[in-house]
Design a protein around this ligand. Structure first.
Ligand SMILES: Cc1cc2nc3c(=O)[nH]c(=O)nc-3n(C[C@H](O)[C@H](O)[C@H](O)COP(=O)(O)OP(=O)(O)OC[C@H]3O[C@@H](n4cnc5c(N)ncnc54)[C@H](O)[C@@H]3O)c2cc1C
Length: 393
C-alpha cells in the first residue's frame, strides 16, 4: 500500500486511465466543449477499455474493483475533460438505485447491459419547482392493474435523451410527504415517456441536460425499486454514494488546472525570469497544490469507507464533506489557474477558461454546496461528542 492509500491494482488502473486520458481524451476535450455534442466516441472508448464496467460487481459483468477505483478513474479523466468524466460518474449515479434497492431479478435485468456500456443510465429527481427541496416534487405514479402510470415532468436531467434507463422518483401517495415517494426504473422506450428540450449551458457542454415528460407513462409494476414509499430514502442513499463522484470530477479539474498552470509558469517569462519564480505566482501554485492534496485525502477516505462498508451515517457526513471540499477547491483553483495564465487564461485557445466554466456546476449539482453544509451540520448535531473543556470555568 502506498501513501496515497491505493493498492497495486488501483495504481495500475490509474495508469491505464491516465494514459487514455492523455492520449485519447485530452485531444478531444476542446472540440467537445465547442460543439456541445454528446461525445459518443468517448463512450465507445470507455466501453472498449471496460471503464464503464468499473462501478459494477463481477456477478453483473463489472470489474468488481470498488468505489475508490471508480473515483480515481473519474479524477483522471476529469483532469483533461470534465464532460467525459461525468459520463462515468453518471453511469454510477444512474445505476446506484438498482444496485442499492433492486431485487436480484432487477439487478440481473439491468446491470449487465449497463456494465458492458451497451446502455447508459440517468437519475431523475429534480423538477422545475423542486431542486434542493426534492420532497416538493409533483410527479405522480399510480398502480393500475400490473402497471404503474406516471404523470408529470423532470428538469435538468443529465444524460436526457442518451440514457436507456432512468431511475425516476414520483409520488405514489401525494399526501404523505417524504414517505409518499417511490423509485422506479423507466426505460427510454416506455410508452408516454418523452425527452423535452436540452439546455444550452455554461460548461460541461457535451453532457446533455434536459427535461423529461411522463404523459401517462406506463411501466411494468415490477419496475418499482424497493417498496412503495421508500423512494426518498433510496434517493438520499444514492446521493451519499454518488456525491464522491462529483467530488472526483471537481478534484480532477483542480489538479488538471494546477498541472497546466505549473507547466505554463515554468516557461512564460516576465521581467527576466519565468513567472514561476515570482513569489506571488509561486505562492499561488503552492496553495493550489496544497488544496488539491487535502481534497484528495478526504475523497480517497470516503472511497475506502464505502468499500469497507462503514456505517451509513458516517458515509453521509464524509461524502458531503468530500463534495463540498473538492468542488469548492475546483472553483478556487481553476480561477487561480486562469489568473496565472493572464490573458491566455481567458481565451479559448487554452483549456483553462473551459475548466473554470466546467468547475462551476460541481458546486451546484447533486445538492448545492449550501445543502452539503446543512447535511454536515445536521450530522454534527446528532453526534454525542465529549467536550474536552467541559467544566472549565
Ligand atoms: C447541468 C446540470 C445537471 C444536473 N443533473 C441532474 C441530474 O442528473 N438529476 C437530477 O435529479 N438533477 C440534476 N440537476 C439538478 C440539480 O441537482 C439542482 O439544480 C440543484 O440540486 C439545485 O436545485 P435548484 O436548481 O432547484 O435550486 P434551488 O433549490 O432553487 O436553490 C436555489 C439557491 O438556494 C439555495 N438553497 C436552497 N435551499 C436552501 C436551504 N435550505 N438553505 C440554504 N440555501 C438553500 C441553493 O443552495 C441555491 O443557491 C442538474 C442541474 C444542472 C444545472
Amino acid at each position: 500500500m502506498a501513501w496515497d492509500g491505493l493498492s497495486d491494482e488501483q495504481r495500475e488502473i490509474r495508469e491505464l486511465v491516465r494514459s487514455l486520458a492523455r492520449e485519447r481524451i485530452a485531444p478531444r476535450a476542446a472540440e467537445i466543449d465547442k460543439r456541445g455534442e454528446f461525445p459518443w466516441d468517448m463512450v465507445e472508448l470507455m466501453r472498449e477499455h471496460e471503464l464503464l464496467a468499473l462501478p459494477y460487481e463481477e456477478a453483473y459483468g463489472g470489474t468488481g474493483t470498488g468505489t475508490l477505483t471508480v473515483l480515481v478513474a473519474i479524477e483522471e479523466i476529469s483532469k483533461v475533460c470534465a464532460t467525459t468524466g461525468l459520463i462515468l460518474a453518471v453511469q454510477e449515479l444512474g445505476s446506484l438505485g438498482i444496485k442499492l434497492a433492486g431485487s436480484e431479478e432487477q439487478k440481473e435485468r439491468w446491470l449487465p447491459r449497463l456494465a458492458c456500456g451497451e446502455w447508459l443510465a440517468a437519475y431523475a429527481l429534480t423538477e422545475a419547482g423542486s431542486g434542493s427541496d426534492s420532497a416538493a416534487m409533483r410527479t405522480e405514479a399510480r398502480l393500475v392493474g400490473d402497471e404503474y402510470v406516471l404523470s408529470g415532468s423532470k428538469r435538468f436531467i443529465t444524460n436526457a435523451g442518451v440514457a436507456n434507463v432512468y431511475v425516476v422518483f414520483a409520488k405514489t401517495d401525494p399526501s404523505a410527504g417524504h414517505s409518499g415517494i417511490s423509485a422506479f426504473v423507466v426505460p427510454s422506450d416506455a410508452s408516454g415517456f418523452e425527452v423535452g428540450r436540452l439546455e444550452p449551458k455554461m460548461g460541461i457542454k457535451g453532457s446533455t441536460t434536459g427535461e423529461l415528460f411522463f404523459n401517462e407513462c406506463r411501466i411494468p409494476a415490477d419496475n418499482l425499486l424497493g417498496e412503495e414509499g421508500e423512494g426518498f430514502k433510496i434517493a438520499m442513499r444514492i446521493l451519499d454514494r454518488s456525491r464522491p463522484g462529483v467530488a472526483a470530477q471537481g478534484l480532477g479539474l483542480a489538479q488538471g488546472a494546477t498541472d497546466y498552470a505549473l507547466d505554463y509558469a515554468k516557461s512564460r517569462e516576465t521581467m527576466g525570469k519565468p513567472i514561476a519564480e515570482h513569489q506571488l505566482i509561486a505562492g499561488m501554485l503552492a496553495d493550489m497544490e496544497t488544496k488539491c492534496e487535502a481534497a484528495r485525502g478526504v475523497l480517497y477516505k470516503v472511497g475506502a469507507m464505502i468499500d469497507e462498508d462503514a456505517p451509513p451515517e458516517e458515509i453521509t457526513k464524509i461524502s458531503a464533506m468530500a463534495k463540498l471540499l473538492c468542488t469548492d477547491v475546483a472553483m478556487e483553483v481553476t480561477t487561480d489557474a486562469v489568473q496565472i495564465l493572464g490573458g491566455y487564461g481567458y481565451i479559448q485557445e487554452y483549456p483553462l477558461e473551459r475548466m473554470m466554466r466546467d468547475a462551476k456546476i460541481t458546486q451546484i449539482y447533486e445538492g448545492t454546496n449550501q445543502i452539503q453544509r446543512l447535511v454536515i451540520a445536521r450530522e454534527m448535531l446528532k453526534e454525542n461528542r465529549a467536550f474536552l473543556l467541559a467544566g472549565v470555568g
